[in-house]
Each structure stands twice: as C-alpha cells, then as structure tokens.
Design a protein around this ligand. Sequence first.
Ligand code: AMP
Length: 287
Amino acid sequence: MEIVKTIAEVRRLVHQARQDGKTIGFVPTMGALHAGHGSLIERSVRECGFTVVSIFVNPTQFGPREDLDKYPRTLEADAALCGQLGADLIFAPSAAEMYPQKQFSWVVVEEMTAGLCGACRPGHFRGVTTVCAKLFNIVGPDKAYFGQKDAQQAAVIKRMAQDLNMPLEICVCPTVRETDGLAMSSRNRYLAPDERQRALVLSQSLEQCRRMLLQGERNPEVLRNAMESLFCEANVEVEYIEFTDPETMEKVQTVGDRVLVAIAAKVGSTRLIDNEIIDLQGRKSGV
Ligand code: AMP
C-alpha cells in the first residue's frame, strides 16, 4: 500500500490500476480511523480491485467555532489499519494541495441541506459536497463508500451524484456501533468517562422511538417528547431530533412506512450524531 500526498501521484496510480483492468473503489475520510471506517474499506476491498482511502480534514466544512484545529490526526495508525484491511492507496493531501488558490467554484445541494445538520452548521454541506466533488474528480472511482452514520451527508452526496450525472455509484454502508450501542465516531475520543456513559442516550432514545413506532405511535411530536425526556434525564443537550424522508430529508408531519429518525446532541462540549431508518413494513434497516 502506498501513501501519496499529491493529486498527480493519485492520478498516476489510479490510471495504472485501470490499465490493469481493476475497478476503483473510494472511501473518503477525515482520518482518526475506527471500525466504522474499516467497514467501508472492507466492503470496497471486497467489491473493487483497487481501493483508495483519502484522509483529509477538510477545512471548508468546518465552521469558525468548530473543532478543525483540535480534530484528531493519527496518520500512522490510520495507515496501519488501511494496510491490514487491504486498501491499495492512501491519499493524504495538504490543504494547499486541495485548495491551492481562492476557490470561486462550489457545489451546493439545495433544500435537503437546509435542515438537520445543515441548519446547525451553516456552510457545512457546501464544504462537504465541494470536497467530495473534487475528490471524485481526482480519484475517478467506480464506487464511493459512505456511512449511514452520517445519514444526511450520505443522502446529499447520493443526490449530488445523480443530479450532476457523476459517473460513479454511491454505496451507503450500515452504522457500526460499540457493543453498548454507541455509534462509532472519531469524536468519541473527546468524551470523558462519564460523558461516554451519558452518550448512550442517543442510541437508547432511537431504540425507544423504534419501540413506540412499532406499537403504533405515528406522531413525531409525541415521539420527540418521549426521546427528549431521556436526554433530559441523561443531562445531554439536544440539538435536534427530526423525523424525515430518508432520501429527501423532508420533515414528515405523520410517520409513514419508512422514516429517518435523526439526532444531534451535545455531550459536554462534544457534538454527536446518530440516526436510524425505521421501516414499518416489518423491515428494520440502516442501508
Ligand atoms: P469521517 O471521517 O467522519 O468524515 O467519516 C468518513 C466516512 O466514514 C463517512 O462516510 C462516515 O459516514 C463513515 N463513518 C463514520 N463513522 C461510521 C460508523 N460508525 N459506521 C459506519 N460508517 C461510519
């Protein structure tokens, strides 16, 4: 496995792999890799002949008061994991490599980025869609892998690729969790031991919501209130609890057959998200 820092080197190595008849799989990440990222890499290695993992803490998706500077950077450990899982290439560019000049061009996906994390993090999705479009143009993958953990991001990228006729398939993989239910996240390492315990309220409230839905409750307000009282007990601040269409992110007035329940919350100063797509046709699915 090689680690490269320039766009030219990625292009050269991907071109070579294509000439060898390999399909190209791509896993974009911000590093500090854990088993959630690992599941995306494993799937790409299973499905594609050549897997590229990018590790880039993208400054344009962070707000001015967010954790860009303190975001964990663990390239050595990340490289070891990618190697173990059979990735072929890590692309770890500098910010100057990705943004060598003032950027006048941005990719914006409208409406579906207005709510949920888009409402709490202005400009976040413009940064995400733009960097993904740039990375797709650099790597030129056949398939790119995203986690359901970031439900809105996965839906937005999928829609961007469809709307702009990008020649690749977006594959969304299930959320990987710790054994006690906490969704894996690079930000979990910020949590102090008591916060780590309190953070369980995110997955537990989703579980509670699913139970109520299966018992027939369909009113988002009633479901939200029940979930919020769990957050109150756990002393965790809710940023949002939303019920939306899983593809368009449109808020629903009454829960239908398939709904995305999405949460963002602050445990101490750490912002965590979690979600579940609940299929009331009898199928529970994160894919
Ligand atoms: P990040 O490094 O946080 O930008 O995440 C890179 C990719 O890994 C994104 O597509 C995430 O949705 C995905 N990912 C992060 N955490 C998990 C998880 N717990 N399970 C599955 N995918 C994840």
